[in-house]
Ligand binder design. Structure first.
Ligand SMILES: Nc1ncnc2c1ncn2[C@@H]1O[C@H](COP(=O)(O)OP(=O)(O)OP(=O)(O)O)[C@@H](O)[C@H]1O
Ligand SMILES: [Mg+2]
Length: 354
């Protein structure tokens, strides 16, 4: 059967593309491997129910906590979902706002501990310091990341996916698995706005979709900017696409505001930091002990998850010793250091690529 995208369809047509607008769509099951590995957390038979819009009204708005919630969002029927729900879109398309809205509704529906949120954007991270991905079962008020809360984190090594596709993929997959292992049956994956085909973004997005196998892919598209990705996806039938209109209230942030947000996040993260001297000959160092002043380094546990970040403030090579400014109180549980590709001024928290 040939699937064709509907021309500027109504919401219900969008969700049921290729079918009668009122017909339920069948959610594609996870792959057998994932089904096996997630069998503890995914109830069999679930996810076979419909997601459909219950209204085709043009979008009046309702307001909630300073957010404008388009009626299209509110009319989404989210019952019977399972697995990964991925939200994609360009920068400033409202991905994170929609993803948080989705998480809130699903959590009210499923109960706490059953829905996880994966912050998959190392640039404008919301649940952790920049250069990391974080998964959590709860979202802090106002989107500010919690310090020391019950989260699982993965170090990307940079504030951008560019040149860091492997950690982006490995991190997203490991964190999703960690959430399902912990009992989540749904995971909302908020992704980065990195969609430029010329920069290789299609390979990354496709990799994320292949690995995480979202049961639904929410797409926030203003014009045709996601089409290079969506066109093959529609034909491949690998996932269900749900078109969400970006809310008119979305505010674009310039590069300076984005940099400022990262600086503020790093500054908040390192506010309580101390100096920790580490003999690196006692730990695994990835990819090698290429320490340099101001370099960002992650302390990792045995499983490769990030316990904390540090900034290199001293190096004594003959003693294989590096001093890191970090909020981590001790090396307890640390089995490795991962050396990043970003420098951070330990006073101003201004960043520089290495
Ligand atoms: N429905 C809405 N109502 C009011 N404000 C909104 C809404 N959606 C988004 N915004 C505002 O627009 C800005 C950008 O939104 P958001 O962070 O969700 O976009 P994004 O696509 O995740 O951006 P980024 O590319 O940085 O990840 C934010 O300041 C957010 O508060
Ligand atoms: Mg975002």
């Amino acid at each position: 059967m040939k699937l064709t995208p509907p021309p500027t369809p109504s919401l219900s047509q969008k969700i049921g593309a290729g079918r009668g607008a009122a017909d339920p769509i069948r959610l594609s099951p996870l792959s057998q491997n994932w089904e096996r590995s997630l069998s503890r957390s995914l109830a069999s038979g679930e996810g076979e129910r419909a997601i459909h819009a219950v209204t085709e009204r043009s979008p009046p708005m309702s307001s909630q906590n300073h957010l404008t919630i388009p009626m299209d969002w509110e009319s989404l029927d989210l019952s019977g979902l399972h697995g990964v729900l991925m939200v994609i879109g360009a920068m400033d398309s409202g991905k994170s706002t929609f993803a948080r809205y989705l998480f809130g509704r699903l959590q009210r529906q499923e109960g706490s501990g059953r829905v996880a949120f994966l912050d998959g954007d190392p640039g404008q991270a919301s649940l952790g310091p920049p250069a990391t991905l974080t998964v959590s079962m709860m979202l802090p008020e106002g989107g500010a990341f919690p310090a020391g809360d019950d989260v699982c984190r993965y170090f990307i090594g940079s504030n951008s996916p560019r040149g860091h596709f492997l950690p982006m993929l490995v991190g997203a997959a490991r964190l999703a698995q960690a959430a399902f292992d912990k009992g989540a049956r749904l995971l909302v994956h908020d992704t980065s706005g990195f969609i430029d085909p010329a920069a290789g973004a299609l390979a990354l997005k496709r990799g994320e979709i292949e690995l995480l196998q979202p049961t639904l892919l929410f797409t926030l598209q203003r014009q045709q900017e996601l089409e290079p990705l969506l066109l093959p996806l529609r034909r491949s039938q690998r996932t269900r696409l749900v078109v969400i209109q970006p809310a008119p209230a979305v505010q674009a942030r310039g590069l300076a505001a984005r940099r400022g947000h990262r600086q503020e996040s790093f500054s908040r993260y390192f506010r309580e930091s101390l100096r920790l001297e580490v003999d690196w000959s006692r730990l695994a160092v990835w990819p090698s002990p290429r320490f340099s002043l101001n370099r960002l380094v992650a302390f990792e546990d045995r499983l490769g998850f990030t316990l904390g970040l540090g900034i290199v403030v001293g190096i004594d090579r003959p003693r294989t010793s590096v001093t890191l400014q970090t909020p981590l109180a001790s090396l307890e549980g640390v089995s490795a250091l991962r050396v990043g590709d970003l420098a951070l001024d330990p006073q101003t928290f201004l960043e520089a690529k290495i």
